[in-house]
Design a protein around this ligand. Structure first.
Ligand SMILES: [Zn+2]
Length: 398
């Protein structure tokens, strides 16, 4: 396939409109009214309740005469029961819109709840792998207010939910109608959360550039996201109150989210999902950050020209005739240094032992279970290969 065909065959999706900037959260009432919301289900977690962010949003809504029903039971890696429970409340209260206040887990939970407000059954009925089909009825107006910078879920078309039956993550399809991205809301995120979510955004961008489904638009957005994160994520980690850093990181996360809507992530994310399912319970962004240096060495052999675009975004200034192996090594080392700089924890620091990994084929099999070869790779590699790669994740970053 030549470059021209690639451009012609890609859907340049624009996602949902985003109101971006400090203080924009105060517009929520006005924006909800524009979407004809009169009774909103506000979806959030304990942190949003305790920090007062949820109350601030609810105040802006009630000021505009909008009735509010609160659902404050969101949990990380959203369990399917929580989505069903939130939907039950929304159905009972006959809400006509949903507002997500929080990080990626909250936005994904809100997407799942919203599907069930216009469609029958439980959220398990709408899972699919690798991709579900679109629920028959369109969802109610959904506004997302992200409070971390990482998932880009405010602009993506899917929500990721933990399925009991599958024993891992499954997706549902729903795109929000509007998002308010106010960097001021991210200043309360502690350094570890800032680093993890920021690395999730980094991996979205960097896996997107090096994916089989990249396109010129997503590559431009993702390359810029990488540059912004390289410069500003360490600042945001060290000084959470630095609004310029928070703004640039929020922008990067949003750009990376738009990019993966079209080009998706790659098997760095599959490795992270597999480690979460079998190796260790840890934040998604932390595991993505650890998997990336191993992932990129594989991709450097498979598509050096794409990895070179990433190397340029990282400011590596490599020789144009560098070998794929040297290229992969250079990018991998740069990301390991970056992980160290912002305090990403290693598997060892999380209590994993090397002997828990070596020869454990179920870990490699979990990577394969997360795969869609149409999407990633037409030359499947066996479970042994991926088990060895997870051991490498342990070895190269201790
Ligand atoms: Zn991710």
């Amino acid at each position: 396939m030549n470059k021209g065909e690639l451009v012609m065959n890609n859907l340049m999706q624009q996602g949902c409109p985003v109101l971006f900037g400090c203080g924009t959260v105060n517009q929520i009432g006005v924006e909800a009214k524009k979407l004809k919301i009169t009774k909103a289900l506000c979806v959030y977690d304990n942190t949003m309740k305790n920090t007062g962010t949820a109350d601030r949003v609810i105040g802006c809504l009630t000021d505009e005469g909008i009735e509010v029903v609160s659902f404050d039971k969101v949990l990380p890696d959203p369990p399917e029961e929580i989505c069903d429970e939130g939907a039950e409340l929304g159905r009972k209260e006959k809400v006509d819109g949903v507002i997500a206040i929080g990080g990626g887990s909250t936005i994904d939970t809100a997407k799942a709840i919203d599907i069930l407000l216009t469609n029958p059954g439980k959220i398990d009925d709408y899972f699919g792998h690798p991709f579900p089909s679109m629920p028959p009825n369109p969802i109610l107006p959904l506004i997302s207010i992200p409070t971390t910078s990482g998932t880009g879920s405010e602009v993506t078309f899917a929500g990721v939910i933990t399925s009991n039956k599958a024993g891992g993550k499954r997706s549902v399809l729903a795109t929000g109608h509007f998002a308010i991205l106010d960097p001021e809301l991210t200043v309360t995120a502690p350094p570890s959360v800032t680093a993890q979510t920021g690395m999730d955004a980094f991996c979205h961008a960097a896996e997107n550039i090096t994916n089989v489904r990249d396109n010129p638009k997503s590559t431009v957005l993702a390359s810029h996201a990488v540059k912004l994160l390289l410069e500003w994520l360490p600042v945001a980690v060290k000084d959470g109150k630095n609004l310029e850093a928070r703004t640039q990181v929020a922008l990067a996360s949003n750009f990376a989210g738009i990019a993966i809507n079209e080009g998706w992530t790659s098997y760095g994310h599959c490795m992270a999902h597999a480690m979460a399912a079998t190796v260790v319970e840890a934040a998604h962004g932390n595991l993505c950050a650890l998997a990336f240096p191993v992932y990129i060495k594989i991709r450097a052999e498979e598509c050096p020209e794409k990895v070179m675009i990433l190397a340029d975004a990282l400011g590596l200034n490599l020789d144009k005739d560098v070998s794929p192996r040297e290229l992969g090594e250079a990018v991998s080392q740069r990301v390991i240094e970056f992980n160290r700089e912002i305090g990403v924890k290693s598997l060892k620091e999380m209590g994993v032992k090397r002997e828990d990994l070596e020869g454990h084929l179920e870990h490699g099999q979990a990577v394969l279970n997360d795969f869609n070869y149409e999407r990633y790779d037409r030359n499947p590699k066996p479970a042994e290969f991926w088990t060895d790669k997870i051991v490498e994740v342990f070895d190269i970053y201790q």
